[in-house]
Structures are given as structure tokens and as C-alpha cells.
Design a protein around this ligand. Structure first.
Ligand SMILES: *[C@@H]1O[C@H](CO)[C@@H](O)[C@H](O)[C@H]1NC(C)=O
Ligand SMILES: *[C@@H]1O[C@H](CO)[C@@H](O)[C@H](O)[C@H]1NC(C)=O
Ligand SMILES: *[C@@H]1O[C@H](CO)[C@@H](O)[C@H](O)[C@H]1NC(C)=O
Ligand SMILES: *[C@@H]1O[C@H](CO)[C@@H](O)[C@H](O)[C@H]1NC(C)=O
Ligand SMILES: *[C@@H]1O[C@H](CO)[C@@H](O)[C@H](O)[C@H]1NC(C)=O
Length: 491
């Protein structure tokens, strides 16, 4: 409930402190609910899973009406999102912003959806966007805020922008007290921060210790977690044992230096992936997420901001259709697998149980797998083409060094790729017709941590047409392979 601490409410400090205390004790933890899956669970199933796990807040990346309908009267607080691609239209048209608010906020609020925030864009300042959204982010924020006011919902629904943590730094030092906005983003950030402050809103930041470790082989692993760090940082008497606190407080200092030291902070995304990289595994993810939950419980906060931390774990469920441009780990951030089963023990402190509760009533496809035929010849030139086709259209991010299936031999690798393609295509016979190479089996090829998964039955039966998955029709498979053979031959 960060927004209650906002500067604009100063007159009500005592009442709000009391309210904050009450809410702080009950609001608990939030999760990000992403939807880039080939086979999403039905929204009602996910909402039940959220409730069964005592999760009281969700952050969405858009405003999918089937999801918002399922959240109606659930008691779960919602942050709806505006994709970056919409910023241009919203920045250039007040009417577009009004339409967005009317369709994607007001109508749902009237329908009993407890929307608290509208997230304008998602990490729009990320350097990989090359500044594409710089001109539109602030005008879009202003237009959405005006539209919320005009629609009469601005007291309940606040604007924010989920921002990547690299908009601020500590000028090459380890000391949070050196924190400030990066010179190239500073003017814009100060404008945004002032606007958020003026409107009783909060600053949303995504903090990723995993990425620190991923990007820098010399990053001290212990500093990424919450179990103590031998070279703790003493910043004028404030002691830092983990990079989350240090990063968060670098932002606090940046806000303070620019005159907004009281602006509420929401941790929009925080988490650890379980596969697709040597540092992404079940043990590390459990250690990080449980460590984070213990760290923020009892409202200890950070050295610069004692008190409740308002955070959304990233993420609820794996997303097998996400772009892997950032890395193969990108599809493995979930606390739950695609089928809604928990990956590891995690106490969120919200239920009496010590673990996570699985989704209920999930339907699976038959217990069968598509694998490399024992008689297949590995010298067949179609092997490589078939594998790259399968991996391009399905999910092979559990293969490779340090991953859950990283110990498979070459035949196991090929089988994994074939099976992934077959499952994502709903076990259609035509999706296991890699020429002379594949065969369907009813004996589970899984071994140890390396799982050959059976796909769930999707409510939207046709994963083939799901835009997010960009899975092509398997009937094109043979043609593709033949054409590719031809193409590679003439090169
Ligand atoms: C409402 O949100 C959805 C999902 O983000 C989007 O596709 C649609 O364009 C929005 N509607 C309006 C009127 O802006
Ligand atoms: C950003 O610039 C790089 C290098 O010029 C280019 O490769 C990349 O495609 C650009 N990305 C976007 C989103 O424009
Ligand atoms: C920040 O909050 C504190 C405590 O409520 C208050 O004393 C102080 O004046 C505020 N600072 C600003 C800059 O508003
Ligand atoms: C299996 O596939 C992965 C990912 O493509 C690759 O890194 C690994 O070397 C392969 N293993 C074998 C034994 O071919
Ligand atoms: C399958 O193998 C047989 C015999 O080895 C061969 O004649 C045939 O052309 C192969 N089919 C394809 C589609 O590669």
C-alpha cells in the first residue's frame, strides 16, 4: 500500500499510519501474471490458484478482459498494464487515453474488479529499445492520468510506470548514497517522478539480482541472495548484505537527491528463474524467493526505508512462448510450471501451509511422447533441420549447459526437441512426423530433473493459432523440411 505514504496525504498522516499498519499486515505479496503461453490455464483456474495461495495482488501486462472478468469480486487487487506499443497512440490522443480508461479500467471497476494501478508501459526506458519510447512515455502518462480523473476513478486507480533499475546508478561505486538518475535519463525521470508525486502515485521499479549474476561472471553470488555476504557494504553506517537492499536504496537516494525522498516505491518485478542458464535452477530460485519473503516479512524493509515492502514476484507461471532474446531463462520465471504445479517449496506467509498450492482441475493430454526413433540414423541430414525447426517453433530452453536437461546425450536432445514440438501442437499425429526420424511412445523419457512434459488441454483448443506462441501448423512441417533441404543444398 505504498501510495498511502505519498506526500500529498501529509495532513492525514496519523490516520494513514494506522491504516497503513492494518493494510500492511494484510496486503502481503503480489505476483506478475504474464500470458505469453502456448497453453494458458483458464483465467478462473488461475484466480482460484491465487486465492488458494493467499496471493492478494496481481500485476498484469495488459488488460485482457477474460482475465479481468475472472478477477471480478475476487478480492484481489489489480495493476493493469499498457503495452509499450500503445504509448504512441495514448501520448498523441487524449481521446485514445479516455477510451482506454473507459474500456479497460472503468468498466471493470464497475464490474467489481479492484483495480489499484494502471501501469503505463513496461520498462519503456530499457536500453534495448534504443530510446523508441522516450518521446511518448511522459505524455502518455499525463493523458492516462487525465482520463482517470475525467472518469472519476483517480482516487482509487493510480498511474505508475514499471521502470528497469538501470535508470539510476551509484556512479560506479558500491554505495547506495551515491545514487542518482543516470545523466541521460535524469531530466525525464525527474519530470516523471514529480508527476507521480503530485498525483499521489508510486514509483515502480523492477530489480533483478539474477541479471547481475548473469551479466557479470565476477558478481559475488552470495550478494545476490539473502543469506549474508562476507564483504558487506558499510554506507555511512547503513549495512548492505544483499544487492536487493543496495539497489532499492540507490533509488531511494536518487529520489531524495532530486527532492522526492518520500515517494512510495513498488517493486514491480522480483524473482529468479529455474532453467535455461547455469545460475537458473530450482535450488537458487527457492533460495532467492524464500530469502526475499523472509527478508521483507515483519516489515523490516531496507536500511533506507524501514517498513513494508510492496512487491510483486516475477512471476506466477512459466511463459513458454516468451521471446528468448534476453536469454533462455526467460521462459522459466514462474513459481509454477505451465500446468500450474508448484516448482518448489515456498512459504509466502499468506496461508497456514508451508508450500504452494497447485492449480486444481487441470486437464492433461494423453500420456504419450514423441521421440527420436531408435532406428534413426544420426547422419541423416534431416536431423539438424528437424531439430532446428522443432526448437524454433516449440521450446528447447531446457537444453544446454547447466540446464535441467543439459546432461542428455545427442539422441536425448533430439527427442526432447521433437517432444516439445509435439506437445505444443496438442499431440497431433502430424506433429510427430519428422521424416524417418520420429516415433510416438507411451513410456516416459524423463529422467531426474529433466522432464519430458505432457501438455495441458487448453481451453483455447487451438494453440496452433495462438498469436503469442507463433506455432505454425504442423502440416507445413514436411514441406518446410523438404524446402530447407533444397535451400541448403543449393547454397
Ligand atoms: C484495452 O486493452 C486491450 C489489451 O491491452 C487493448 O488491446 C485494447 O486496445 C484496449 N482498449 C482500448 C479502447 O484502448
Ligand atoms: C537498437 O539498435 C541496435 C543497434 O543499432 C539494433 O540492432 C536493434 O535492432 C535496435 N533495436 C530496436 C528495438 O530498435
Ligand atoms: C517526508 O515525510 C516526513 C514524515 O512524514 C516529513 O516529515 C517530511 O517533511 C516529508 N518530506 C517531504 C520532502 O515531503
Ligand atoms: C544438446 O543440445 C544443446 C542445446 O542445443 C547443446 O548445447 C548440447 O551440446 C547438446 N548435447 C549434445 C550431446 O549434443
Ligand atoms: C526414409 O527412409 C527410406 C529408406 O531409408 C528412404 O527411402 C526414404 O526416402 C526416407 N524418407 C524421407 C522422407 O526421408
Amino acid at each position: 500500500m505504498g501510495l498511502l505514504k505519498a506526500v500529498g496525504f501529509r495532513g492525514l498522516t496519523v490516520a494513514l499510519l494506522f491504516f497503513n499498519l492494518l493494510v500492511g499486515l494484510t496486503v502481503g505479496i503480489g505476483v506478475n501474471w504474464g500470458t505469453q503461453l502456448t497453453h494458458p490455464l483458464p483465467p478462473a483456474t488461475v484466480v482460484k490458484m491465487l486465492k488458494d495461495n493467499g496471493i492478494q495482488k496481481v500485476k498484469l501486462f495488459d488488460a485482457d478482459s477474460s482475465i479481468l472478468n475472472a478477477l471480478s469480486k475476487s478480492g484481489i487487487q489489480v495493476m493493469v498494464g499498457i503495452p509499450n506499443e500503445m504509448l504512441y497512440a495514448l501520448a498523441n490522443s487524449v481521446k485514445a487515453a479516455e477510451n482506454w480508461v473507459s474500456k479497460n479500467v472503468s468498466s471493470h471497476v464497475s464490474n467489481g474488479v479492484d483495480i489499484r494501478y494502471a501501469a503505463v508501459g513496461n520498462e519503456p526506458l530499457l536500453s534495448t529499445y534504443n530510446g523508441t519510447f522516450l518521446p511518448t512515455i511522459f505524455p502518455a502518462l499525463q493523458n492516462v492520468q487525465s482520463a482517470l480523473i475525467k472518469a472519476g476513478v483517480s482516487n482509487q486507480v493510480k498511474v505508475t510506470i514499471p521502470i528497469n533499475a538501470d535508470v539510476y546508478d551509484s556512479s560506479g561505486s558500491d554505495m547506495p548514497s551515491n545514487g542518482d538518475f543516470r545523466p541521460d535519463t535524469k531530466d525525464l525521470m525527474v519530470e516523471i517522478v514529480k508527476f507521480l508525486s503530485d498525483n499521489g502515485a508510486a514509483f515502480t521499479v523492477n530489480i533483478y539480482p539474477f541479471i547481475s549474476l548473469y551479466n557479470d561472471a565476477n558478481f559475488p553470488a552470495d550478494y545476490a541472495f539473502f543469506n549474508g555476504y562476507s564483504s558487506s557494504i558499510n554506507d555511512n553506517g547503513k549495512i548492505y548484505n544483499n544487492v536487493f537492499d543496495a539497489n532499492h536504496d540507490t533509488l531511494v537516494w536518487a529520489l531524495q537527491k532530486n527532492g522526492f525522498g518520500n515517494l512510495s516505491i513498488i517493486v514491480g518485478e522480483i524473482g529468479w528463474p529455474t532453467d535455461g542458464d547455469r545460475n537458473a535452477n530450482l535450488q537458487y530460485a527457492q533460495r532467492f524467493n524464500q530469502g526475499f519473503m523472509s527478508h521483507i516479512k515483519n516489515n523490516a524493509g531496507t536500511p533506507m526505508r524501514p517498513g513494508p515492502v510492496d512487491a510483486y514476484l516475477f512471476s506466477l507461471i512459466d511463459e513458454d512462448a516468451k521471446s528468448i532474446q534476453p536469454g533462455n531463462f526467460e521462459r522459466h520465471w514462474g513459481l509454477f510450471y505451465v500446468d500450474g504445479t508448484p516448482k518448489y517449496q515456498l512459504s509466502l506467509g499468506t496461508t497456514s501451509s508451508n508450500g504452494l498450492v497447485a492449480a486444481s482441475g487441470v486437464q492433461y493430454l494423453d500420456k504419450k511422447w514423441c521421440v527420436l526413433s531408435p532406428s534413426a540414423n544420426l547422419d541423416d541430414p534431416q536431423v539438424a533441420l528437424s531439430v532446428s525447426y522443432a526448437c524454433a517453433n516449440a521450446d528447447c530452453t531446457s537444453l544446454g549447459y547447466g540446464t535441467s536437461c543439459g546432461n542428455l546425450d545427442i539422441r536425448g536432445n533430439i527427442s526432447y526437441a521433437f517432444n516439445s514440438y509435439y506437445q505444443i501442437n496438442n499431440q497431433l499425429d502430424t506433429a510427430c512426423k519428422f521424416p524417418n526420424l520420429s516415433v510416438i511412445t507411451t513410456s516416459d523419457p524423463s529422467s531426474g530433473d529433466c522432464k519430458f512434459r505432457i501438455m495441458i488441454r487448453s481451453s483455447s483448443s487451438s494453440a496452433l493459432n495462438a498469436g503469442a506462441g507463433s506455432v505454425e501448423k504442423p502440416s507445413c512441417l514436411i514441406l518446410f523440411v523438404l524446402v530447407s533441404v533444397f535451400f541448403f543444398t543449393i547454397q
